[in-house]
Design a protein around this ligand. Structure first.
Ligand code: ADP
Ligand code: MG
Length: 698
């Protein structure tokens, strides 16, 4: 029944079916059933105007229309309605359809309005709210929980606004019998987690009778979504660990020992030691390692990578490290060369800009097995790069690489090398479980000792003189300063003008010869960039004006001030990354966020978050809440985007339960041989058709 074409549904017919297909991708009954309401209105709940805060989502307010007024000119023309309840006044704003609204509303009459408050100039308003005149009739309907569906202009023309969709779905639900729907969870899992059956869940999500029913339905359907992602990932992990053999590194050899005993420049942190131990257990186990190392900016992931690579070389293997940008790869190469100098071991770097001659030489040395450490960008995954015996791969800042790229490195030896994946910035736990759910994870949850937490301050543009004053003070103390400007493709031309303007202002404020200023941006050649970077590194210049090219990896301990211009234009994770460029030396470091005077709610929250905390994981949680997973790098291929109901920012506890449930099923019966688990085999096979082949990648 659920596979019936949508045109056969009562009240649909060919014309409506056509728009449903085109606009919403609804072809069969089943598609309509999973066209979930985007919210429900509890028509029994009212908010008073004085209860509205920044975080308030949707509100329903009962009140009286006080006054209507057209304000603004031309495009900015709008109808503003003063709406009042016992606690205050809120403005209802209409940019379109003034006349129609004005006709409908009468001053002094009582209405119920529904909408999402937004803050403007520190006042809340509701733009284009739903409005209903209060009548005895309306109030009598108020008990029902109502599903609200997204619609489009074209659907509305055909009578399929939210209301129309609701009626259509109700019709479908009325026809639906339990036997039409296959259960996707075993009795056991449903009982363990107190989940309602699938049939009831669909019924209750579309037509809940009360809050309880709605909650049960949501829990069940969200659990389903998250459970199957986890089941797939964990099965992959489990099957791999059973079937894929890995190289055994069974000795700690001379390189590792020599380095550890004689040349380690600092004591490892407890977290670094623990993670190294986890890696050593993996590579000694006979299974192929796939391990994710998560750690905040500056937590010392590089050292963990380097020491693991030495271990691999001691056991007769070659190693490589892949970074997402040329600058970062260079930086790693410099660090490695410096640290490993006394061990007399060759380190080669391979990037897009490596000269043909050099490239050939590297290829040859890799094939002969002479070269043991290769560092580079995605130039490493090209087919021409062949190793004699690659045994250990490190991928830094993984979320910028696709899963397919991971797979290519994996395939560089007949038996797959061990893989160590390091994240650039912390990501929320829920996202990590989904993006990297097939990997074992290690956490570096401790910063090297002696770091002074970076102090972060927020300045409005009109206080720029204070910013300059502060810069001057710090430069006199011998420190160096980064000044970073945003640069995005969409507004590149303007952004370059701003950068140039900012640079000119700084030169005026900090004139030569006493002050020297570097500038680095994407339009410079690599030589020019390098020259400017070198001047800054050698402390010949005190100020570095730059775009975000310096974002990743750059490590200059004496640079202790980070000034971020137009900070409201950066995302939280980017701000955190940028801030992580300072705080690497012994001095107190500062991060100054400079923004415009008027800030939206989200921008303000971003600034407040940065000022409040240095904890990257906490910041990433806020980021996820603000942006949703869709805008976070690396999520596209992960299945996160298939989530229709579950929300990784809010449903962490459901995810946790779903993962546990999946894990315990697999622990008992990885091949779904037990009768009760047949359902999972069937579902996974069915779902496989619409997905990338997960067993091939990873
Ligand atoms: P990230 O985790 O962001 O990649 P890095 O590996 O670049 O961090 O380390 C940041 C800085 O901390 C480097 O200068 C590194 O030398 C230093 N560092 C790493 N581990 C320690 C440690 N245990 N004690 C002192 N300094 C350390
Ligand atoms: Mg790093």
């Amino acid at each position: 029944m659920l596979d019936t074409p949508i045109e056969y549904l009562k009240g649909i017919g060919p014309q409506r079916a056509e728009v449903l297909k085109k606009e919403l991708g609804i072809f069969i009954y089943r598609d309509l059933l999973t066209y979930y309401p985007f919210r429900h209105v509890d028509r029994t709940k009212f908010t008073t105007i004085n209860e509205i805060v920044d975080e308030t989502q949707y509100v329903q307010i009962k009140g009286i229309v006080d006054r209507l007024e057209i304000v603004g000119l031309k495009q900015a023309k709008r109808l503003v309605v003063a709406f009042r309840d016992n606690t205050g006044i809120i403005e209802l704003v209409f940019f379109k359809g003034h006349n129609w609204v004005a006709q409908k509303l009468q001053t002094g009459k009582e209405y119920i309005v529904f909408g999402k408050p937004t803050a403007f100039n520190r006042k809340f308003n509701l733009a284009h709210p739903d409005i209903d005149l209060v009548t005895p009739d309306l109030l009598s309907q108020q008990s029902a929980f109502q599903a609200v569906y997204n619609s489009t202009e074209k659907l509305k023309v055909r009578g399929l606004d939210s209301e129309g969709i609701r009626k259509t779905i109700r019709g479908l639900i009325n026809q639906l019998q339990p036997q039409h729907l296959e259960e996707t969870l075993s009795e056991e899992v449903m009982a363990d987690h107190k989940l309602i059956d699938r049939y009831s869940a669909f019924k209750q999500i579309h037509c809940p009778e009360n809050a309880r029913q709605l909650k049960d339905a949501e829990l069940r359907l969200k659990f389903d979504e998250l459970f199957y992602i986890q089941l797939r990932l964990l099965k992959l992990n489990k099957v791999r660990s059973i079937t894929v053999r890995g190289f055994v590194f069974n000795k700690v050899g001379p390189l590792f020992n020599d380095f550890f005993n004689n040349y380690l420049p600092f004591e490892l942190t407890g977290a670094q030691k623990r993670v190294l131990k986890e890696i050593r257990l993996d590579v000694g186990s006979g299974r192929q390692m796939n391990r994710l190392v998560q750690g905040d900016v500056g937590s010392g992931k590089t050292m963990v990578a380097l020491m693991s690579m030495l271990l691999a070389i001691d056991n007769g293997f070659q190693t490589c490290l892949m970074a997402p940008t040329e600058i970062l790869a260079q930086q790693h190469a410099v660090t490695f060369k410096e640290l490993l100098k006394p061990l007399n071991i060759e380190i080669a770097i391979l990037t897009g800009s490596t000269k043909a001659k050099e490239r050939k030489l590297i290829h040859a040395k890799l094939l002969s097995g002479e070269l043991k450490i290769l560092i580079g960008t995605h130039a490493l995954i090209e087919d021409v790069v062949q190793f004699k015996n690659l045994g250990f791969v490190v991928i830094d800042e993984q979320h910028r690489f696709g899963v397919a790229q991971r797979a290519k490195l994996r395939a560089k030896n007949t038996m797959p090398p061990h893989m160590l994946i390091m994240t650039a910035t912390p990501i929320p736990r829920t996202l990590a479980m989904t993006l990297y759910g097939d990997l074992d994870t290690s956490l570096i949850d401790e910063l090297p000792p002696g770091r002074k937490p970076i102090k972060t301050l927020h300045f409005m543009e009109n206080h720029r003189l204070r910013v300059y004053g502060f810069m001057q003070e710090q430069i006199e103390l011998g420190r160096q300063v980064y000044v970073v400007f945003p640069l995005i493709k969409e507004s590149e031309k303007m952004d370059y003008q701003n950068l140039q303007q900012g640079y000119d202002n700084i030169i005026k404020e900090f004139p030569p010869p006493h002050y020297q200023v570097s500038i680095v941006h994407g339009k410079l050649t690599n030589e020019q960039k390098d020259f400017e970077m070198q001047r800054f590194i050698k402390c010949e210049t005190q100020i570095m004006v730059a775009t975000t090219v310096i974002e990743v990896g750059v490590n200059i301990p004496n640079a202790s001030i980070m000034i971020i211009e137009s900070a409201e234009r950066f995302g939280l994770s980017q701000l955190h990354q940028l801030r992580g460029r300072v705080g690497r030396g012994a001095e107190q470091s500062y991060c100054l966020l400079v923004t415009g005077y008027k800030l939206g709610t989200d921008s303000r929250l971003r600034m407040e978050t940065m000022v409040r905390t240095n904890d990257g994981f906490e910041i990433s949680e806020v980021d996820l809440k603000l942006r949703g997973p869709g805008d976070i790098e690396g999520t596209q291929q992960s299945g996160v985007m298939d989530l229709k109901l579950a929300n990784l920012a809010q449903d962490g506890h459901i995810l946790q339960l779903a993962r546990q449930a999946a894990q315990s099923i697999l622990d008992e019966d990885v091949n779904f041989e037990l009768y009760k688990n047949k359902v999972y085999e069937k579902q996974l096979t069915m779902q496989q058709h619409n997905r990338p082949n997960w067993s091939k990648i990873g």
